[in-house]
Structures are given as structure tokens and as C-alpha cells.
Design a protein around this ligand. Structure first.
Ligand code: UD1
Length: 373
């Protein structure tokens, strides 16, 4: 029996694990036992439960209940809870996805117990070590026996860092498996009836990076930078709880509510947000995954950061880095309105079949090397 523990903790993890769990189920292999573990990093219903429902993910087999904290506290809590859990469960493989604190901590707990680790979405690099996720990526990749990459550049990043070629598997983008599966089911989010969601006549904004919301000055700069867009069209802003708290702490709550065409909403589920992106004129974001999703949807994406770990979305897709630069946003807006934005193309193996390839590498290629050891 091959025992596999899949660990998730935060919103973007859920989008990636859903197709992988499905692929393991579809493999119909009586000789595997797959457990789903939720660390509890994201615990708000809007960041967690809604995603389990929309993406048809079964309830976790185990919940570590770690909650929020500083990076050190949160990572340490996952590390110690995951270690206890692995000692009881004794998995043959721990599978982690993405780059959140739960990813790093559970990979570390497994590696220290000499349990092999598989990392889905390996090899992404922004080269910006002030991003907590960049450190999580570097360490997780280093600890992983199987590195599943979503583009060849990510594989090359790993090779450059000394990862042996036999640990690297270019399988494509598993987030896009979810997007292609659910795109036709995406529906107008409930509770947004009063909002002006005329097709291609509104923008979507998401914001939660510490570098954009933690300091008052940066948060204020964001609000000023998006003014050219607000002058042209309404903006729908589903607010991450972290950003809501920060804007309130900075005393900017009133300013946000006063921007007439900026419509704040609670965080949306997967299907509602997919609908919102798919029908928007443009998306402004500091998220990683949204840069990829907009590339596949063909929607212009203005990334409110100065670096990206996903440069393929700029080279081949619909993404442009604009930082918090009001002028760069105004130029980008002109290009969108004048229809000068690249249509983009879909990167290789972002085809909806990635999870099947991951399952087959694990169950066929990797499991057979295990038997021969
Ligand atoms: C985390 C990930 C980030 C990912 C994002 C998606 C890390 C380092 N960051 O960022 O890569 O893009 O998830 O959302 O792992 N909070 C709540 N309710 C929750 C969860 C968080 O209110 O359910 C608030 C708390 O105040 C918490 C803060 O958000 O302290 C930050 O949460 P945390 O999970 O540490 O990081 P995110 O900003 O969500």
C-alpha cells in the first residue's frame, strides 16, 4: 500500500489540490491510500470552506488547526503539528503545493523524518527575497524528491540551483486544470446584485501582499495609483481579510468607502471569482495565481508588483508588471482601452491534464523506483 499525504493550508492550495485528488481517485488503484490534511492556515469560511464546496473537494481527513500568527509562529506551528501527524500516519510520500507557509513547514517536517516530498509548482522564482513566498519556494524545492514544474523555465531554475534532472518533472499547470473544468460553471457571485458587472465594462482588484498593504504609505499609494482606472470604469474589490484589517488599522477605511466606483465585497468563492475575472475588462492584482488564470482567460492583467515569479505570463500571456506606478497604470489602461493589449497564447501543457500527469509520475515512475530500492 502506497500512503500519500496531501497537505494544504491556504486558498491557492485548494485550487491546486482539487484536480490532483481527483486524478488519484480516477487512477482506481486499490494499492494507494490518499489522505488530505488541512493545516488550518486559512480558516475563514470565505477563504477555505467556500473553496472546498466550489471545487468539490472532500472534507480533510485531518485538520491541524494552526491559525494565524507571525511567519515564524505559523511556520513553527505547522512544523510541529505536521511532524506529530506524520509520525502517526507514516506516509510514504508527502505532497505539497504552491509556496505558502504551510507548504514549507510540512515539507520540512516530512524531510526531517526522511519521508519523500513531492512539490507541485516547483521552480518558480521572483528573485525577490523580501517576498516570504520566495523563501518558501527555495527551501521547499531543495527538500523535495519530486519537483513538478509548470514551465520549462521553472525546470531550468531548478537545474541552475543544482537540483538533479531526475528530480524534475515538467507536467504543466495544475491550477489551469481547475480553471478549464469549472469555467463553464462559473456564475455571477451571489450578493453582488447591486454591482455594475456589465460584461467588459468593469475592472477587478485584488490586494493582499504585505508589501502593498502592511504600511500605510504603500496602501495609500495603491489607492492613488488605481485612480486612472476608476475614472474610466467601476472596480470590484473582493477584500482579503488581511487587507481589510490593515486598511482599517491605517485609518483608510473611510477613504476606500468614499471612492464611489470602488465596490468592496467579501472574499469570493472560486466560481464567483472566476466569473468576475472572465467577464472583466481588466484585472489588477498582486496575486501570483491570478496572473496565470488571466493569461488563460485572455483578460489583461496589470500586476501591482515590481517582480513576478511567473514571467511566462508576461512573455506569452496577458500580464504586465506596473508596480504601484500611477503613470504605468494609466499607460496600461490606455493600451487596454485602445485594444493594443497582447491577446496572449496558452503556455505549453496548461491544458487541463496536468493532475493526470502528476498522478502517473507518482504512481508509475516514482513508485517503481521505490519498489526496486
Ligand atoms: C497567504 C500566503 C500567500 C497567498 C495567500 C492567499 C504565505 C506566506 N502567504 O497569505 O502566498 O497568496 O495566502 O490568500 O503563506 N486571515 C484571516 N482569516 C484567515 C486567514 C488569514 O483573517 O482565514 C488574516 C489574519 O489576520 C492573518 C492574515 O490574514 O494574520 C494573513 O494570513 P496568512 O495566512 O498568514 O497569509 P495571507 O496574507 O493570507
Amino acid at each position: 500500500m502506497l500512503r500519500i499525504c496531501c497537505v494544504v493550508g491556504a486558498r491557492p492550495n485548494f485550487v491546486k489540490i482539487a484536480p490532483i485528488l481527483r486524478a488519484f481517485e480516477q487512477a482506481c488503484r486499490p494499492d494507494i491510500a490518499v489522505k488530505l490534511v488541512h493545516t488550518g492556515q486559512h480558516y475563514d469560511p470565505g477563504l477555505s470552506d467556500l473553496f472546498f464546496t466550489d471545487l468539490e473537494i472532500r472534507s480533510p481527513d485531518l485538520h491541524l488547526g494552526v491559525g494565524s500568527g507571525t511567519h515564524g509562529e505559523q511556520t513553527a506551528r505547522v512544523l510541529s503539528a505536521a511532524e506529530r501527524m506524520f509520525l502517526t500516519e507514516r506516509p510514504d510520500l508527502v505532497l505539497v503545493v504552491g509556496d505558502v507557509n504551510s507548504t514549507l513547514a510540512s515539507a520540512l517536517a516530512a524531510a526531517k523524518l526522511l519521508i519523500p516530498v513531492a512539490h507541485v509548482e516547483a521552480g518558480l522564482r521572483s528573485r525577490d527575497r523580501t517576498m516570504p513566498e520566495e523563501l518558501n519556494r527555495i527551501v521547499t524545492d531543495n527538500l523535495s524528491d519530486l519537483c513538478f514544474t509548470h514551465c520549462l523555465e521553472a525546470s531550468e531554475n531548478l537545474l541552475r540551483e543544482g537540483v538533479e534532472p531526475e528530480r524534475i518533472w515538467f507536467v504543466g499547470n495544475v491550477m489551469i486544470d481547475s480553471l478549464l473544468r469549472y469555467r463553464s460553471n462559473a456564475r455571477r457571485p451571489e450578493g453582488l446584485d447591486g454591482l455594475p458587472l456589465t460584461e467588459r465594462a468593469y475592472a477587478v482588484l485584488t490586494l493582499h501582499r504585505p508589501s502593498n498593504v502592511d504600511q500605510r504609505e504603500d496602501a495609500l499609494t495603491v489607492l492613488r495609483a488605481i485612480e486612472p482606472v476608476l475614472a474610466e470604469m467601476p472596480i470590484v474589490f473582493p477584500m482579503h481579510p488581511r487587507s481589510r484589517t490593515k486598511f482599517e488599522q491605517h485609518g483608510l477605511g473611510g477613504m476606500i468607502s468614499g471612492l464611489g466606483r470602488l465596490h468592496l465585497t467579501d472574499p469570493l468563492g472560486y466560481l464567483g471569482f472566476l466569473y468576475l475575472m472572465d467577464h472583466a475588462r481588466l484585472v489588477m492584482t498582486d496575486s501570483g495565481g491570478i496572473q496565470e488564470e488571466t493569461t488563460v482567460l485572455g483578460v489583461p492583467c496589470l500586476t501591482l508588483r515590481t517582480s513576478t515569479e511567473r514571467p511566462i505570463t508576461i512573455r506569452q500571456g496577458t500580464n504586465r508588471l506596473v508596480g504601484l506606478d500611477r503613470d504605468a497604470i494609466a499607460v496600461a489602461l490606455d493600451d487596454v482601452l485602445a485594444d493594443r493589449w497582447p491577446r496572449g497564447q496558452i503556455p505549453s501543457l496548461w491544458d487541463g491534464q496536468t493532475a493526470g500527469r502528476i498522478a502517473s509520475v507518482i504512481l508509475d515512475d516514482w513508485a517503481s523506483t521505490l519498489e526496486s530500492r
